[in-house]
Ligand binder design. Structure first.
Ligand code: EPZ
Length: 419
């Protein structure tokens, strides 16, 4: 079984290059279904989730080739409308995003229900509400969901919750629909803007992505393009916390300040200093004393749920009491038990965790319980006394490319073993 080993105590220095955003690249790969022409995604991060999604498209007779080891060239002209098999969908929930483009292109799609995951039940009711309002008939049974529509027609869709996935799925279903679609209370994450920007580059007519109301005027077809997605704000935020927890000063290349505002402001409140070095480069000075802070995760532009576990690792050694409230997912505190094994003092009360800062953590064997919790274990290991051994690495590999190499490049004593 593979493990990441972290020998705690090293300061970090130098600079780290952030990869492009997982949560942009995944929907953008799926959106390539909307055009029969070549789409090239520049510098695509070869994450586990990207590989799984590529395998799914290859299974559906799309062609995908990697050019100079980093650009993905996709052509879906031979795509067969088919029902997607369950294990690949279960393995990577984001593949449910295929439904919108497939419904748009073929007028029907049958996909196995994506199911839940560690952090929550992950319902799809808002996705299906959108498809129904666009004129699709939806049938659910035997673990499958099937959508059918002769031609999707634009409509006004209000999302009870600004779901990222539902916004993306409905966006992709409406770009080739007849007439105009308006999505109200849409998700505002930067990755939504990025997907809309990608689709508009292909000839779509989308206005308002990135703010709560998106208007889409249906068009007849989309052309192929070359596109470079945005940097990964969660990976950048993870390294900002690394500088804070190890009391180090590092430079992050590929940090878009506007996308990181909630994370930067919260870290500033905690005592971290930032200096913009221009062109998406930020100097992070985490050398000063840290104070406890309270965090409530919210849809963007609130504090991101994907940074919650990483901040908890930092706050577990900040003297005083901090409170973290997780409002987005119903079960995203599984890293608490792992941090407590390392000596943290954290109590959970429903969706709230109360963290009493301790002087230090001690290394031990811990598990990555979800993608971002795995990153939090690395952060805790950087400052723990002794050795931390992290298992269940597939969670980490889903969302971070070469994470040990990136930390080693900053001076951390971290390596992967197979034992
Ligand atoms: C996306 O997941 C991200 N994944 C998640 O990142 C991220 O945590 C999440 O957005 C929130 O920002 C990708 O982009 C691939 P949601 P998604 O739909 O789309 C409820 C990571 O670590 N909901 O906004 O699944 C749902 O129950 C991953 O990179 C409904 O009620 O998130 C949840 O409580 C983890 N009905 C809340 O919305 C629906 O139909 C947020 O879900 C859909 C969602």
């Amino acid at each position: 079984m593979e493990k990441i080993i972290v020998e705690g105590g090293n300061k970090l220095k130098g600079e780290v290059n952030i990869s492009l955003a997982k949560n942009s690249v995944l929907p953008i790969i799926v959106a390539s279904i909307l055009s029969p022409n070549d789409v090239v995604i520049k510098n695509a991060p070869m994450l586990e989730d990207v590989i799984v999604l590529n395998d799914l498209l290859l299974e559906m007779d799309c062609s995908i080739e990697t050019i100079n080891n980093r650009d993905l060239k996709i052509n879906t002209s031979n795509l067969k409308e088919t029902s997607m098999n369950s294990d690949l969908i279960r393995k990577m929930r984001a593949s449910f995003l295929i439904m919108g483009p497939m419904l748009s292109r073929f007028g029907k799609c049958k996909i196995s229900m994506p199911g839940g995951c560690n952090i929550g039940s992950r319902p799809i009711d808002l996705h299906l509400k959108g498809f129904k309002l666009l004129g699709a008939d939806i049938e659910i049974g035997h673990g499958f969901v099937e959508a059918k529509a002769k031609k999707l027609k634009g409509n006004r869709i209000y999302l009870d919750f600004p779901s990222v996935g539902a916004t993306e799925n409905i966006l992709m279903a409406s770009v080739l629909a007849e007439g105009t679609t308006i999505i109200e209370n849409a998700a505002e994450e930067p990755e939504i803007w990025d997907l809309a920007n990608f689709l508009n580059s292909m000839g779509a007519k989308i206005h308002g992505a990135g703010v709560g109301k998106i208007t889409i005027e249906g068009v007849d077809s989309l052309k192929g393009i070359e596109y470079k997605p945005i940097y990964d704000r969660v990976e950048a935020g993870t390294f900002m916390v690394a500088a804070a927890i190890t009391k180090s000063k590092i430079t992050i290349n590929g940090a878009i300040e506007d996308h990181l505002r909630p994370t930067i402001e919260k870290l500033k409140e905690c005592g971290v200093k930032f200096e913009s070095l221009g062109e998406d480069t930020i100097l992070v000075d985490g050398t000063g004393e840290k104070s406890p802070v309270d965090i409530k995760t919210l849809p963007y532009p609130g504090f991101p749920t994907d940074m919650q576990a990483q901040m908890m690792a930092l706050l577990s050694i900040c003297k005083g009491s901090s409170i973290i409230t997780e409002t987005v997912f119903e079960n995203r505190f599984m890293h608490v038990a792992e941090l407590v094994r390392m000596g943290a003092n954290i109590k959970i009360d429903g969706r709230t965790a109360i963290i009493e800062g301790v002087d230090s953590l001690t290394g031990c064997d811990v598990k990555a319980t979800d993608l971002r919790a795995g990153a939090a274990m690395i952060l805790a290991g950087l400052v723990a006394h002794g050795r931390t051994e992290i298992s269940d690495l597939y969670h980490i590999d889903r969302g971070y490319v070469d994470i040990e190499e990136k930390f080693r490049g900053l001076g951390a004593n971290i390596y992967r073993v197979d034992k």
